[in-house]
Write a protein that binds this ligand. Structure first.
Ligand SMILES: [Zn+2]
Length: 516
């Protein structure tokens, strides 16, 4: 399909930075490393790993990704402040290829109310910020935050000044998801016409989806000459999210005849990457989501099925295998060996080291003894559980609960905290799950507000493992937890403890503005 005259569009993934800002989606270091490996296999050109100044945890994650992940540009975000830019460089400097991404708001409303700076001051700060970053590394991206609501003349001036200062990519964010496609295309066209040094930088776009237009706006920008698109897996991100990577990539590929653009994305890795991010963040993909939703390739209507059987192209503009949708859910059993397991985990998109694989194999054997058939979903759940079990301050040692109609449940709970054990016995709550949650709160001293609680079976059959997802609110922040067991009360207790452990482990929430 791609022809020699195809324009190459740089795919800048910000799943680990903007995506992670989705409420409740914060990831721990192991989860970020796993996601980063999957993004590299997917073929993203630039991986924005985080906002290093935001918190020590963010800094460490960006630094670890920069040190260990090869094959892509690793980018760190910074405001136009010395300490931000210095921290971003410290975090990304060990990368094979590093990029510093500095941003400063330029729209009138941000200038007046947030920054309290006039236009000249904005330009001066932007230039200083870009220069400082260029002093560290040659690959520097500048974003005039809220560019779409910035006066076009002023936007042209800021962009020109930032390129003069050394920015090699200028990113045009629709920070609040306000643009429409024709308008977005026009902004890019105006920049190309009026900014004299525009050829010295790649024009990028970063669109939010508040009006459901993020992908359409990004495509319009590409059509008008943008050479980089910022996007996230499953379109996750602040509020309604960002431009979805899978949608923009498949739109460019499927409509190559129209756009004459190509990307480096290995499209067969799209579905595994989507599943991985969904299971790491706990943000499920809606059934009818384009490209990666459960129904995206399901043809139910009889008249469509008839056409499909005669010739798939009558109704299918993309083939499911092109996005990595495998037809079969391969089944493993207790006699399956280590190699088969390793193979399957790899096919599902996991990049496990030997130690992780050893643990997985042991757990797989235990599970295969309990239930005859082990499905992809079971394996994914085991791996996810392993990835997220970092600092486990409290662990479930034992529990007992009795409940019945018309009386409060009686609960006994014992938790391990390091070398010691703590226990309680109480009569409380209005059901066994509620009672266990209250007992956990009492023993851990962390009281939360539960905002979501979901139970579902990981695979099929009466012996299926139950997975519980909880989302709890603590001091205004959302934390999620996941637990698995063939016993649903135990799975609930584990999920709740997992959320509590996240609260205990997380550094204070990132503060300040990071909405670029
Ligand atoms: Zn954003």
């Amino acid at each position: 399909m791609p022809t020699p005259d195809s324009r190459r569009i740089v795919i800048f993934d910000t799943t680990l930075r903007d995506g992670e800002q989705s409420p409740g989606a914060s990831m721990n270091l192991n989860e970020k490393m796993e996601a980063a490996q999957a993004l590299v296999k997917l073929g993203v050109d630039v991986l924005e790993a985080g906002f290093p100044i935001a918190s020590p945890g963010d800094f460490e994650a960006v630094r670890e990704i920069a040190r260990n992940v090869r094959g892509t540009v690793i980018c760190g975000l910074a405001r136009c402040r010395n300490e931000d830019i210095d921290a971003a460089w410290e975090a990304v400097k060990d990368a094979e290829r590093a990029r510093i991404h500095v941003f400063l708001a330029t729209s009138a409303i941000h200038r007046e109310f947030k920054l309290k700076m006039d236009k000249e001051e904005i330009i001066r700060r932007a230039v200083e910020g870009v220069r400082r970053a260029v002093g560290y590394c040659p690959d520097v991206e500048f974003s005039p935050e809220d560019a779409v609501r910035t006066e076009l003349d002023f936007l042209c001036r800021v962009v020109e000044a930032s390129i003069d200062a050394g920015a090699t990519t200028v990113n045009i964010p629709d920070t609040v998801g306000y643009a429409t496609p024709v308008q977005m295309g026009n902004v890019i066209r105006v920049l190309r016409q009026r900014v004299p040094n525009i050829d010295k930088a790649v024009i990028s776009v970063h669109c939010h989806n508040d009006l459901g237009l993020a992908v359409a706006n990004s495509l319009a920008a590409v059509e008008a000459g943008a050479g980089q698109v910022e996007c996230t897996i499953n379109g996750i991100g602040e509020r309604a999210g960002n431009c979805s990577l899978e949608e923009i990539v498949m739109a460019l590929r499927t409509r190559h005849d129209y756009f004459h653009c190509q990307t480096n994305i290995v499209t067969q890795r799209i579905v595994p990457a989507s599943r991985l991010i969904s299971s790491i963040t706990g943000i499920q993909v809606q059934r009818n989501k384009a490209i990666v939703g459960q129904n995206a390739f399901a043809h139910e209507a009889g008249i469509h099925q008839d056409g499909m059987l005669k010739e798939p192209r009558t109704y299918e503009i993309m083939r499911p295998e092109d996005v990595g949708l495998t037809q079969s859910d391969l089944v493993l059993g207790k006699h399956s060996g280590r190699a088969a397991l390793a193979d399957r985990a790899k096919a599902l998109g996991y990049n496990l080291n030997r130690q992780q694989l050893d643990i997985l194999f042991q757990q797989f054997k235990v599970l295969a003894d309990k239930k005859k058939e082990v499905y992809d979903g079971d394996l994914a759940a085991l791996v996810e559980q392993q990835l997220q079990t970092t600092p486990e301050r409290f662990a479930l040692a034992a529990y007992e609960v009795t409940s019945g109609t018309g009386r409060a449940p009686e609960v006994y709970l014992r938790l391990r905290r390091g070398d010691e054990e703590v226990e309680t016995r109480m009569s409380c709550g209005d059901g066994p799950v509620d009672a266990v949650f209250l007992a956990i709160e009492q023993l851990t001293g962390i009281t939360v507000h539960c905002t979501d609680f979901r139970v579902h079976s990981v695979t099929v059959g009466k012996d299926a493992q139950g997975e519980v997802m909880v989302v709890v609110e603590y001091k205004g922040q959302l934390y999620r937890g996941r637990g698995m067991s063939t016993d649903s009360v135990e799975a609930s207790a584990k999920a709740f403890l997992n959320a509590i452990n996240r609260i205990a482990a997380m550094a204070p929430a990132p503060s300040g503005d990071q909405n670029a």
